[in-house]
Design a protein around this ligand. Structure first.
Ligand SMILES: [Zn+2]
Length: 388
């Protein structure tokens, strides 16, 4: 009797373990293949006609032009970027269809809950579930730096398996075909440690935004609580960033951090994705004075494709912001910064980029100027900043 009892007592926990494991596996499958694609599709959307033909001569001009986009968050969603998807804005087939030569892939590593443009603290983080749902290793579940390293490793693996070149040094910009550059959205991922800069550079990062949605150890954010300038720690990092060939990104930076950085930066900086207050007032969009300061620095602003950047998120609205930025900063200081896959609604996905080229030509911009906006300016800045 005692034997039967002990057998019975053994069986119950084993059965429980089997049931628990089954539920866990079922839960992980549902998260990965149902919940995550659903959230991705709901947050990264399109509006307006999905495809619209472009004249053959415009298509030919676009195909022969170096086309570069300064900001897409496509790595975040754990999508297989080698396959063409019905959701989101960017994958390799659609980049090729859109005639893109260089895509900057930005790694998002922390997003406060209740995200807004005006005031966010660093107290909360909505990303653990996304990193669990996308089956990333447990080290990434609660660590921004590990999230940055994981997304870098994913892009490196993609570059090894697919026909895409990871740009690490100047010469890589001249490689044939599609190229990718790795960017960090917010230097909170350094966790206040200067040494992390070298680790992330080693992992492939060649562009870094000072801040994302909250103030951090490096600088204040345009959407932070205090919105302070560049900290002493942040200032101490600038020479090393320039030495390593990491381009500084002032998107999301507070006005004070923007001004401080331009005072100390020796190399051109970018504002990878944003808008201009001249066509769309808002805390993250650049004033005319900021545009002029950016031009003096030799850098450039990437105009985004979403409502918060251009107020009118149509192709006409994007062209209006581009032309305004060109008028104030000059033709050498403006580029494209879609924010594709950054939880936005865009008027086209990356395969529709020739439509923007057509609209810029229709607006009367000469081909040479359009080529600068489409990618020539970013190529110039990166060629000057990247290591040999
Ligand atoms: Zn952003």
């Amino acid at each position: 009797m005692s034997r039967t009892n002990s057998k019975g007592m053994m069986r119950a926990p084993v059965r429980l373990l089997v049931v628990f494991s089954g539920l866990l596996i079922a839960g992980m499958l549902v998260l990965r293949f149902a919940v995550l694609p659903h959230v991705d599709a709901r947050l990264n959307t399109l509006h307006g006609p999905v495809s619209q033909p472009v004249a053959a001569n415009v298509q030919a001009f676009h195909a022969n032009t170096f086309v570069a986009d300064m900001h897409a968050d496509s790595l975040l969603w754990g999508r297989d970027l080698e396959r063409r998807h019905q959701r989101g804005h960017v994958d390799l087939p659609r980049l090729r269809a859109g005639g893109v030569d260089l895509q900057v892939f930005s790694a998002v590593t922390s997003v406060p809950r209740g995200l807004n443009y005006n005031r966010n603290s660093s107290d909360s983080d909505s990303l653990p579930l996304l990193f669990i749902a996308s089956w990333r290793q447990p080290s990434t579940w609660f660590s921004p730096k590990q999230r940055a390293l994981a997304q870098a490793a994913e892009l490196v693996r993609l570059a090894e398996s697919a026909a895409i070149k990871l740009v690490l040094r100047r010469g890589d910009l001249s490689a044939e075909g599609l190229k990718a550059l790795l960017a960090l959205e917010g230097m909170h991922a350094l966790n206040g440690r200067a040494q992390a800069l070298d680790e992330l550079h080693e992992a492939g990062y060649r562009m870094m935004g000072l801040t994302h949605f909250f103030d951090n150890e490096v600088a204040g954010s345009a959407h932070g609580v205090e919105q302070y300038g560049l900290t002493d720690f942040g200032r101490s990092l600038l020479p090393r960033m320039e030495e390593l060939g990491i381009t500084l990104d002032l998107a999301h930076a507070s006005p004070a951090a923007f001004a401080d950085t331009l005072r100390f930066a020796k190399q051109p900086v970018v504002v990878s994705h944003g808008g201009v207050r001249g066509t769309c007032p808002g805390p993250r969009n650049l004033s005319d004075d900021q545009l002029r300061a950016l031009a003096r620095n030799g850098g450039l602003v990437g105009i985004g494709y979403w409502d918060g950047a251009v107020c009118d998120a149509s192709i006409a609205g994007i062209v209006r912001a581009l032309l305004y930025a060109i008028r104030i900063a000059g033709i050498d200081h403006v580029g494209l910064g879609s924010d594709f896959d950054g939880t936005i609604s865009a008027p086209f996905d990356t395969s529709g980029l020739p439509r923007l080229t057509a609209a810029l030509l229709d607006a009367g911009l000469p081909q040479a100027d359009v080529a600068k906006v489409l990618g020539g300016n970013l190529r110039r800045v990166l060629a000057g900043n990247l290591p040999q």
